[in-house]
Design a protein around this ligand. Structure first.
Ligand SMILES: Cc1cc2nc3c(=O)[nH]c(=O)nc-3n(C[C@H](O)[C@H](O)[C@H](O)COP(=O)(O)O)c2cc1C
Length: 215
């Protein structure tokens, strides 16, 4: 099972969530690449894709949205899982839902969206960011819940395994009853053949960050 994890991060904490999730997925037997969104060329070799973004002023970061735009057609053909990293407080207060997730879910047919608590370190913020945080009452600290991130890996691996088992049981594409699914399989093959397909194992792994932050 090959899984791509790609997350947009401005100050690094969401990238560390992506790295930790990648490690947890590997622990459960998946072959995983953790690649920054703008470095992904081709997703056709993956059984599933996890897309994440930090949330700023209620929005996903541009590289995550550009990733979805660039790969929307291929994303709809495989299980997609979304996560946002944002609330800079413990999960005991209401969690906001980023505006963009509704659209991204619609465009990718994503199975689910998880919101993970984030981290706020004033040292790395611009003056404008600091002012925004002060005015919106954001709390300084690292609220990331590594158990929640690691636990999600099990859910993802189980869901992808179930989906693979069902698709292997399905009739061959030429007798497929669902027109959308049949077209998807055929198109995927011809697109992969016609493009400069990158072997997922060779795409830059780990995003250059430490493998297991917070453990
Ligand atoms: C200027 C600013 C605006 C933010 N806006 C939101 C927001 O609208 N919703 C939210 O949940 N978190 C918000 N956050 C919190 C960040 O999403 C959080 O700090 C996150 O962990 C940052 O991820 P990164 O380190 O990958 O950039 C904001 C943080 C800053 C500095």
């Amino acid at each position: 099972m090959r899984i791509l994890v790609s997350a947009a991060s401005r100050h690094g904490s969401t990238a560390e969530i992506a790295t930790a999730l990648g490690a947890a997925l590997r622990d459960r037997g998946a072959l995983v690449d953790v690649v920054e969104p703008h470095d992904v060329r081709d997703i056709s070799g993956y059984d599933a894709v996890v897309i994440g973004s930090a949330v700023y002023r209620g929005r996903w970061l541009r590289p995550a949205k550009d990733f979805v735009d660039a790969h929307a057609k291929e994303l709809r053909r495989r299980p997609v899982f979304l996560f946002s990293s944002g609330p800079i407080a413990d999960q005991d207060r209401p969690v906001n839902s980023p505006y963009d997730v509704f659209t991204v879910r619609h465009r990718t047919g994503a199975r689910e969206h998880r919101m993970f608590a984030g981290k706020l370190d004033p040292e790395g913020l611009s003056v404008g960011e600091r002012m925004h945080v002060r005015m919106s009452g954001g709390r300084v600290g690292d609220f990331r819940d590594w158990d929640a991130v690691g636990g999600w890996a099990g859910t993802i691996v189980d869901a992808v395994a179930d989906e693979k088992a069902v698709s292997e049981d399905e009739p061959r594409p030429d007798v497929e009853t669902s027109p959308g699914a049949a077209a998807g399989s055929d198109d995927a093959g011809s697109e992969a053949a016609g493009s400069s397909t990158v072997d997922p194992d060779t795409v830059g792994t780990e995003g250059g960050r430490s493998a297991e932050p917070g453990r």
